[in-house]
Design a protein around this ligand. Sequence first.
Ligand code: SF4
Ligand code: SF4
Length: 79
Amino acid sequence: MSLKITDDCTSCDACVSVCPNTAISAGDVIYVIDADRCTECVGAEDSPQCQLVCPADAIIAGVSESHDALMAKYKALHA
Ligand code: SF4
Ligand code: SF4
């Protein structure tokens, strides 16, 4: 699945640099994840890196996608 950021985000910026797909950016109020770029870190890491570093626990499950779909997305992003 791609992940999403909740209103608990404090805009600390910690998650941006750990994303292998440059899927996270500052939004108007809170930070946002581009679902077209989030692979739940499939293809690059064993677990979602943004969730590991978020001090506010503000990153949660979003749209459900299969592992194969996530891997295909990763390969397309890094072709
Ligand atoms: S789960 Fe991985 S790919 Fe998705 S936004 Fe977080 S760090 Fe980026
Ligand atoms: S690490 Fe968490 S609190 Fe910090 S900007 Fe990312 S989502 Fe927001």
